[in-house]
Design a protein. Structure first.
Length: 202
């Protein structure tokens, strides 16, 4: 039995991967997903979001979602037209889903929290890598022009290497399968360098 297991409401995401350390919003329209978001707000508990393997599946079961997802805190719910609810979340940590069943009109699952390894890096080395990363990002955006002023400010405000990497991953153009590769890596922020996301577009 894993050391830390949580029973949480679950929302399957279509074509979207949310990484820890980021604040994002997404829209849901399925009744079970809306119920899961409402339960998280009502009870004050966290929520588990996980990417569907096939975005066109309308009622995904346990075998239709990836097993590694993200534990998030719901910060805000807004009702939109056409029975859509916009959910703003703060992503906290990665988790593995072990079960998937319907309770109180929403999907709930047993979630094992993934313990992240400590980064073995000196402060001097981290500062140097951070400077190099931001220089590469400036070169990338000078060619691709993807980042908004708000996005650039959020990245510049990051003081840690991991935080900067995660902000970049969420803001540059990248298909969700590549983000899945980063998500399931042993230490997901470092995977930004391994995937060569920016290098391919410079």
């Amino acid at each position: 039995m894993p050391d830390e297991m949580l029973n949480l409401p679950v929302i399957p995401l279509r074509g979207l991967t949310i990484l820890p350390g980021t604040t994002v919003h997404f829209d849901v329209s399925r009744k079970q997903s809306i119920a899961a978001a409402n339960e998280a707000v009502t009870t004050g508990e966290k929520l588990f979001v996980v990417t569907q393997k096939d975005p066109v599946v309308d009622a995904p079961g346990f075998d239709d979602v990836y097993k590694v997802g993200t534990v998030v805190e719901v910060k805000q719910l807004n009702k939109m037209p056409d029975r859509i609810v916009r959910v703003m979340v703060e992503a906290k940590e990665r988790g593995i889903i072990h079960s998937y069943n319907e309770e109180n009109s929403c999907i709930k699952g047993d979630i094992e929290i993934i313990k992240e390894p400590d980064e073995k890096i000196t402060q001097v080395r981290e500062i140097a890598l951070l400077r190099e990363l931001k220089d590469e990002l400036a070169l990338y955006d000078g060619i691709n022009h993807e980042l908004t002023p708000v996005g650039i400010k959020n990245i510049d405000n990051q003081e840690s290497l991991s935080g900067t990497m995660l902000q970049i991953i969420m803001r540059i153009r990248m298909d969700f399968k590549t983000k899945r590769t980063i998500m399931v890596s042993i230490h997901c922020p470092a995977a930004l360098f391994r995937t060569g996301c920016m290098e391919r577009n410079i």
